[in-house]
Design a protein around this ligand. Sequence first.
Ligand SMILES: [Zn+2]
Length: 142
Amino acid sequence: MQTDKTLTLAEQCAAAIRWRTQEIPHLETALADLDGNTCNGWEIWRDRTHPTKSPKLYVFHRTGETCPLHGASEDGGRLRTYIGCDPDNIAEAQAAMMRHIEKQNVEAQLSKIKYGLFSCGHYLDQFFASLDYTVNDDGTIE
Ligand SMILES: [Zn+2]
């Protein structure tokens, strides 16, 4: 019967909202940990297939964009950062680019949860209105 399903859903509603709400501080902490330690550029290699020269890594960034790790170009143009051929420097730059992707994923998760919770508030207003209740600003119903 549909009423049984509705009651089951309603009983889980508060817990589901609490679980999602509890994820927010964890995601915000993850974002804070990544702050300033990411690179929003991409790899460009030189001499990668050269028979005698060592491959050198550059990190290119979008025109006018500031990289949290590498900064901005002095003329407001595209920042090209020379990383070189040192394996430690290459690994560090690549790790920073991976952290940027991770940051974007965390931001997307956070945004999805916040939008979902916002939508829930709207749906709950409609839910109570459909049962002919009035929802007050403090969340109580009459
Ligand atoms: Zn960078």
